[in-house]
Design a protein around this ligand. Sequence first.
Ligand code: NAP
Length: 316
Amino acid sequence: MSTENTMRAIGQTVLGGPEVLKEITLERPSPRPNEILVRVRAAGVNPTDWKHRATGGFLGEPPFVLGWDVSGVVEATGIGVAAFRPGDEVFGMLPYPFGHGSHAEYATGPARAFTRKPAGIDHVQAAALPLVSLTAWQALTEQAGVRPGQRVLIHAAAGGVGHVAVQIAKSLGAHVIGTASAGKHDFLRSIGVDEPVDYTSVDFAEAVRDVDVVLDTIGGETGLRSLRVLRPGGVVVSILPVGSDAFYEEAERLGVRAVRMLVDADRTGMEAVADLVEKGALRATVARTFPLADAAEAHALGDTGRTTGKLVLVVD
Ligand SMILES: NC(=O)c1ccc[n+]([C@@H]2O[C@H](COP(=O)([O-])OP(=O)(O)OC[C@H]3O[C@@H](n4cnc5c(N)ncnc54)[C@H](OP(=O)(O)O)[C@@H]3O)[C@@H](O)[C@H]2O)c1
């Protein structure tokens, strides 16, 4: 139960399985200069949440509150914020990795990490989009420079990043090839995939050819073998940021490009995402919602690695 100065949040004091997540009461944060305080209405859950819960990742030892995706209402603005006023509906991604903390009733973040929530979508839909869409947008436009008519291969095309990457690649005019197990191919076609590939029954590195851009959401051998399906001058953008140098060495040997990247909070990207939503070109598939208090259940489901689309926490 929260009061005027406190809030409910999902915190942890030790690393471990979903059971380490507990509902806790914290002091409500105040926005610093150039920050906004957002009353969180919904917050996406991403693999980085369950990885940090289990390993500490970039954050090290707990205590901490996880969560980077936010959709909500501006409660207060810090000194210098001109873009928003209390009452504005906004969505965004808290700065990755150190700005975490959206799995709570309130979160603060730089005003520049947010943009206005398109009126046509609710907070659940908006909360599903920021981290995965910014990742896909930054990979496909800034790193790969996808152009109309190019052939783009998206691994795990039914997953959180993959299913928005498919829609963004289509909006850029690409021909999209996507991998998923066969049971998900109708879903892939419904979001715009031109050529679904069942990675469980065929070797994508044999079945796919002449690709300009690969979005690697798997890493390891998948990233390495993806280099072989490229045309000369093509690029694999991997969003698994840590791995062996063989990825770069093999790219050099083959005359192609290999890039590893981390998503970066940014209003320009969020505005591009909002614009695609408003044009009807981008929509998140929300596999399931959970009340904030059931965050551990969302982590346990996400941890299976089989989700289609996104999981979202709803904050009442
Ligand atoms: N660098 C960054 O900034 C950044 C940003 C976002 C995400 N990431 C990372 O990117 C990865 C993907 O994130 P996500 O949110 O998309 O995950 P996700 O939603 O949990 O992905 C689930 C999907 O992966 C598919 N899948 C699993 N193994 C596969 C394989 N070998 N080939 C093809 N599909 C496979 C599953 O489909 P099936 O059931 O058909 O197997 C499922 O639909 C995570 O490791 C995440 O941490 C990095």
